[in-house]
Ligand binder design. Structure first.
Ligand SMILES: Nc1ncnc2c1ncn2[C@@H]1O[C@H](COP(=O)(O)OP(=O)(O)OP(=O)(O)O)[C@@H](O)[C@H]1O
Ligand SMILES: [Mg+2]
Length: 347
């Protein structure tokens, strides 16, 4: 019996871009899978294939026990989706948008109204409820889109970057809503650029790069795989970055497959995986001092999910949107909610 979301060998090509190159996933019922990956990795394409918005060239997918390619309509009735690009009707008010979704799901008018009120409250939109969505800010639209995806609680939910563009307070609140949803038995696949979010919400994390899942496990498993402790040094002078990096490199666990010394130039920060604890730290401080390298900060720390991401993909995770057009074809149609599959549908 496959999990609530199951994908095997999904391939999708756009012209000469291989967006998906054999994606395999399994999400057990009632759990959250966090899909992480750099821009253009294939996260949105994966979500669109699983939600019937896009037909994969090859592969198999089962969602809520239903074959996605054979029975897309039935899948649509069993899922909720909130997209990377909010799908709200500009000319309706926030309240009308939510009530309309309720009606699409055959809720009685009174029930749809009550549910809309509840969600408007939960997503801090009560004050703006009777304004057209056209007048909403980016964060408000996103919240409305998320609220729309939650009008009914489907057994399986997909959220593509649900909290991108939300301020910290709204993000926290959404996390609470998501936790409630999952404790009620919903299975969730969520993509995010915020590693902290994946750490916080996801039972399992799958890292995608170049259209493939390159690692999957719990946050702790992935961290363990990335190696143990690391030394982090912030040098005072930018000119000292190279010398300090060469020095730290001598202590690095390079060659053990545990990642190399990394430099974050703008922060004058150098990080390297080590073993040897506090004793080693003292030795490094003495050497830096002997070489006349002044430091602002130094410490030992356990790997974070950022380290995992960096060592797996060679990119630092980037929160938020890249410059428009940076990687060409940013898809602006991958959006829908519930049973409204957007402009295109699986054929
Ligand atoms: N409709 C399309 N036409 C052409 N190329 C596309 C289309 N949709 C996606 N791609 C390409 O497929 C690749 C994967 O895109 P996708 O949107 O799935 O990435 P992503 O992981 O969601 O990235 P981001 O973090 O920027 O949202 C990219 O190279 C993208 O340019
Ligand atoms: Mg995307």
């Amino acid at each position: 019996m496959p999990g609530a979301i199951y994908a095997e060998g999904l391939v999708k090509t756009f012209g000469d871009v291989k967006a998906l190159d054999g994606v395999d996933l399994e999400v057990p019922e009632g759990t959250v899978l966090g899909l992480l990956g750099p821009n253009g990795a294939g996260k949105t394409t994966t979500v669109r294939c699983l939600t019937t918005l896009l037909r994969p060239d090859r592969g198999r997918a089962v969602v809520a026990g239903i074959d996605v390619l054979k029975h897309p309509d039935a899948v649509r009735r069993s899922i909720g989706l909130s997209g990377q690009f909010a799908a709200v009707d500009e000319y309706l008010t926030g309240r009308e948008n939510l009530q309309m979704v309720g009606q699409l799901y055959q809720m009685r008018a009174r029930a749809a109204k009550a549910r809309a009120d509840e969600l408007l409250e939960q997503f801090n939109l009560a004050d703006a409820a009777d304004r057209t969505a056209k007048t909403y800010s980016g964060g408000m639209r996103r919240r409305l889109d998320l609220a729309a995806a939650l009008v009914v609680s489907p057994p399986v939910m997909f959220m593509d970057e649900p909290t991108t563009g939300l301020d910290p307070r709204n993000r926290q609140q959404l996390w609470e809503v998501i936790k409630q949803l999952v404790s009620g038995g919903t299975t969730l696949l969520l993509t995010t650029q915020y590693l902290e979010e994946a750490d916080h919400l996801a039972h399992d994390i799958a890292v995608v790069d170049h259209g493939k899942v390159i690692a999957q496990g719990t946050s702790d498993q992935l961290k363990a795989r990335t190696g143990g402790e690391r030394v982090e040094v912030v040098v005072h002078e930018r000119e000292h970055i190279a010398a300090a990096s060469a020095l730290l490199d001598k202590y690095s666990l390079r060659g053990l497959g545990k990642g190399d010394t990394t430099v974050e130039d703008h922060m004058r920060k150098i990080t390297t995986p080590v073993s040897g604890g506090a004793k080693l730290l003292a030795e490094i401080i003495r050497e830096l001092d002997a070489d006349g390298i002044e430091i602002d900060d130094i410490g030992l720390r356990r790997p974070t999910l950022d380290d995992v991401f960096l060592s797996l993909t060679g990119h630092v995770a980037e929160a938020g949107y890249e410059d428009a057009g940076a990687d060409g074809a940013r898809d602006t149609t991958g959006q829908s909610r519930g049973d409204r599959p957007g402009k295109e549908s699986a054929k």
